[in-house]
Design a protein around this ligand. Structure first.
Ligand code: UDP
Length: 324
């Protein structure tokens, strides 16, 4: 079996590439290396890197060629911009690249008669839901262009199923952190765990965006999922697409357990042996007080559940940073 992984040199994509090659499957990584790193996908005979920007006008044709030449039977599509703030400032970039890139990918799959597609969606599709646990049945209501492009991406998959007989899964990631292997770690400093580690390395104290939310300690609650667990969810989704029965096409990926910003800081203090006295900053616009995943659907349908807790997530991130 051969899988084409678009954005496979990225943080999450490379975890999936490693899992697939570890189980003996061939992988064609397509990546423009704009944020992906070649080093993350080197070292296995089963993995080949093709440098290609999937947003270019000729990308659908080039991708179709790669799919036919490799005999790939499935595609996992990660490549996209993923910064909420940037999406608000430059919405055209998100519509052009996230939506245009996916359109090229789906056109290539239709052309090369590749049926199975797994797509990186996001909990950002839900916006600011006022519920304890977010189920997939909740009507998405994204509040920024990033979340909107992910939701539209899910519609595009549904359209491709109807038009071309494809079979697709969209995985709505909650808060991803940690590293399954130090060399695959998140090198961007865009999310809470890397931001805090980066601040501590510079001898600064982290900032907490708001401590007056309606939560037990006043700080926002999120569902942190280990990158290795998330990668396993993609493999489970591929196996599901290759099987017969297929009741759902959208799944949340998280742990079902919420952690507050202060709890994350405590875990980082334990893992680093540092005392942390955060600065309390104003709320960040658009932050829901609580965003925690219902895992029922993915557990029941894909037989997947997370196995790593917050301490393991944070410890793996700290170790990866020390070895970097
Ligand atoms: N956060 C924070 N300080 C920071 C970065 C993030 O307090 O320096 C909070 C943020 O307000 C949110 C949580 O940490 O409540 C997770 O933020 P992140 O940007 O990692 O992910 P998001 O949930 O926004 O996708």
């Amino acid at each position: 079996m051969t899988t084409l992984v678009i954005g496979g040199a990225g943080y999450i994509g490379s975890h999936v590439v490693r899992l697939l090659s570890d189980r003996g499957e061939r992988v064609i990584v397509v990546d423009d290396l704009s944020t992906g790193l070649r080093a993350r996908v080197e070292g296995s005979d089963l993995v080949e890197l093709v440098e290609l920007d999937v947003t270019r006008p000729d990308a659908a044709e080039k991708l179709a060629f790669q799919l036919r030449a490799s005999g790939a039977d499935a595609v996992i599509h990660f490549a996209a911009h993923k910064q909420v703030g940037q999406s608000v400032a430059k919405p055209e970039l998100y519509w052009h690249d996230n939506i245009g890139g996916l359109a090229n990918v789906l056109a290539a799959c239709a052309n090369a008669e590749v049926r199975d597609v797994v797509f990186s969606s996001s909990a950002a599709v839900y916006g600011v839901p006022d519920v304890d646990l977010v189920t997939e049945d909740l009507t998405p209501a994204p509040i920024n262009p990033y979340g909107a492009t992910k939701y539209v991406g899910e519609w595009m998959l549904a359209d491709a199923e109807r038009a071309h007989g494809m079979r697709t899964v969209a995985l709505r990631y909650f808060n991803v952190a940690g590293a399954g292997h130090p060399e695959l770690a998140d090198t961007a400093v865009m999310n809470l765990v890397p931001i805090v580690l980066d601040a501590l390395d510079r001898g600064e104290q982290p900032r907490v965006f708001g401590d007056d939310y309606d939560t037990p300690d006043g700080t926002c609650i999120r569902d942190y999922v280990h990158a290795e667990d998330l990668a396993e969810a993609h493999v489970a989704a591929l196996d599901y697409l290759r099987g017969e029965d297929r009741p759902h096409r959208v799944f949340n990926v998280g742990t079902g357990t919420g952690s507050s910003v202060l709890e994350v800081l405590d875990a980082i203090a334990r893992a680093t042996g540092t005392e942390i006295t955060p600065e309390i900053a104003p709320r960040r616009p658009g932050d829901p007080a609580r965003l925690v995943c219902s895992t029922d659907r993915i557990e029941e349908t894909l037989g997947w559940r997370a196995t790593h807790d917050l301490d393991e997530i944070v410890t793996s991130a700290v170790q990866a940073r020390r070895l970097a």
